[in-house]
Design a protein around this ligand. Structure first.
Ligand SMILES: C[S@@+](CC[C@H](N)C(=O)[O-])C[C@H]1O[C@@H](n2cnc3c(N)ncnc32)[C@H](O)[C@@H]1O
Length: 273
């Protein structure tokens, strides 16, 4: 078999979207419930008008779902291809949202958001402490006091030296996509982990394959909390797992790795550094 083409899978947003879209109503409902349960203040604004920010919004699956539910949504991403796909999705659905091209570690969103979110491990693309902290600081500035930042990441168990493997199969119209993702154990010193995704696409009888390799920054719970504590404007409000069940908050630390950290912008003066 021919070797898969080496390509950034975000250059082909449709294939990414076919594999990973589908769970948005549940995710959006969970995000709304987070605000209801953990945000502070904000007046008696009806739930249908949250101001929501999504750093690294990708193909816009959650931008569109939250806009459909009546929220005022802003999203940005560094990939022009992903943004073009997101804009087309909004246009086709007759929805409105503000989208722009920017990096998670350097952006200007300029509003007072009730909620920001960065799920599905996307935060791990910020490869060093400085860029991760820059993202937290800028999101904290963009949130209103009492507003929330939900970050979903898979935590690392450094002593586990096995590779991880995930396989996804999905179809939309005449296009079938199989996605195999493999992760290598994180290096404890550099805190980097190698990840590879292989796509196999069957479209109108033709088969295409491609491969993307990238690095993620690894966190265990202690490392993530150290990062959060380095940004005095933020505090930990709650934690959940990827089941997105608002009635099942966790008390950390525990032995689960899939973690949604719910950070809140402090009301009143920031904790001194
Ligand atoms: C796994 S996708 C997630 C997309 C979306 N948040 C979702 O839930 O479907 C990751 C996205 O992060 C974007 N990305 C990666 N590093 C980034 C950075 N430093 N700044 C902005 N976007 C970034 C990629 O272009 C891609 O669209």
């Amino acid at each position: 078999m021919a070797k898969p083409r080496d390509e950034d899978w975000y250059r082909t947003p449709l294939y990414y979207d076919i594999v990973f879209a589908g769970d948005e109503p549940r995710e959006a409902q969970f995000l709304e419930a987070l605000v209801e349960r953990h945000a502070i203040g904000g007046g008696r604004k009806p739930r249908s008008k949250l101001r929501v920010l999504e750093p690294a919004c990708g193909s816009g699956r959650l931008v569109a779902e939250l806009a459909r539910r009546g929220h005022l949504v802003t999203g940005f991403d560094l990939s022009a291809d992903m943004l073009a796909f997101a804009r087309e999705r909004l246009d086709k659905a007759g929805l409105k949202a503000r989208l722009f091209e920017a990096r998670m570690e350097e952006f200007e969103a300029g509003e007072r958001f009730d909620l920001a979110h960065c799920l599905v491990c996307t935060f791990k693309y910020l490869l060093d402490e400085r860029s991760a902290r820059a993202n937290l600081e800028q999101v904290a500035r963009a949130l209103r006091p009492g507003g929330l930042y939900a970050i979903g990441i898979h935590l690392t168990q450094y002593e586990d030296r096995r590779r991880s493997r995930e396989r996804w199969v999905a179809r939309r119209g005449g296009t079938a996509v199989t996605c195999n993702i493999q992760g290598w154990p994180a290096d404890r010193r550099t805190r980097l982990e190698d990840v590879r995704s292989r796509l196999r696409v069957v479209e109108r009888g033709r088969v295409k394959t491609s491969e993307t390799c990238w690095k993620f920054r690894a966190y265990d719970h202690t490392q993530f909390m150290r990062l959060v504590r380095s940004v005095p404007e933020l505090e930990l409000a709650a934690a959940y797992d990827f089941g997105y069940d608002i009635d099942r908050p966790r008390s950390l630390p525990d032995d689960q790795l899939d973690t949604v950290y719910v950070l809140r912008r402090r009301v009143g003066p920031a904790r001194p550094r």
